[in-house]
Design a protein around this ligand. Structure first.
Ligand code: 5RP
Length: 251
């Protein structure tokens, strides 16, 4: 692989194992973030070396731009229709393979693409593996219209779930509101921990101004966790996560 920049060995290891799952003729969803961008580079290198014929749908403008630049065939999700597999990163992965995503503000498209895939494969480094979701602030994409009202409704929903007092902060880019690829705002919910992800997901989804939250429950089929020594651990749902994985290898 011809990457001149220093590449995180754990993310690279996970990417390589995920790319080995790709077969000629596949329709692939391409995730967003630093791990996904390493995966896209690995994928492009394999396509070039082996002459694979793939159709790719990207989960963000940034990923689409990178994939096109590297020579991958990128089409819209609707042009492709359905995907065999999506490979994406994550901000947190729990033992049930429930995820927090959206650290890159792309979880709306990421969820749409994952939902249109036979298989969602997550690639991550050990720092993403947790026992309980919530240390990473939960991203919620909201309409710009009435977003303070939406924040109030989210606060009330959290109170109702006995999760009151959490900070709900608008994500900024510099000093301006961050605008997603779909033209919306992001509110980051500093939950600390999420004892019942399904209840929180239901509550957030019932608020009209919420476009999509970053809880991915029951969507991930396989998590490939790379380690800095180049080895990987593959987690299937309900797998025991050993203590070493949670030690984050000193990261
Ligand atoms: C983007 C995402 C990313 O997959 C997530 O933030 C992980 O990113 P990285 O690989 O850079 O840690 O959900 O919305």
């Amino acid at each position: 692989m011809s990457q001149s920049l220093q590449v995180d060995p754990a993310k690279l290891a996970a990417s390589k194992v995920a790319i080995a799952l790709v077969q000629d003729g596949m329709r692939l969803g391409l995730g967003t973030g630093s791990t996904a961008s390493i995966m896209v580079r690995e994928l492009a290198a394999r396509v070039q070396a082996e002459g694979l014929s793939l159709r790719c749908a990207a989960t963000s403008k940034a990923t689409a731009d990178l994939a096109v630049e590297l020579g991958l065939r990128v089409e819209t999700l609707d042009q492709i229709g359905w995907l065999d597999m999506t490979i994406d990163g994550a901000d947190e992965v729990d033992p049930d393979l429930h995820l927090i995503k959206g650290g890159g503000a792309a979880h709306l498209r990421e969820k749409v693409v994952a939902a249109a895939s036979d298989r969602m494969v997550v690639i991550a480094d050990p720092g993403k593996v947790v026992e309980t979701l919530g240390a990473f602030p939960l991203p919620v994409e909201v309409l710009a219209f009435g977003f303070e009202t939406t924040r109030t409704l989210i606060r009330r929903a959290l109170d109702h779930l006995d999760l009151g007092g959490r900070d709900i902060l608008q994500r900024l880019k510099g000093s301006d509101p961050l605008i997603t690829d779909e033209g919306n705002y992001i509110l980051d919910l500093h939950m600390q921990d999420i004892p019942d992800p399904a209840a929180l997901a239901r509550a957030l989804s019932s608020i009209p101004g919420v476009v999509e939250h970053g809880l991915f429950l029951g969507m991930c089929d396989l998590a490939i966790i790379g380690r800095s020594d180049g080895s990987v651990v593959e987690l299937a749902r309900d797998a025991d996560i050993d203590a070493d994985m949670l030690a984050h290898e000193g990261e």
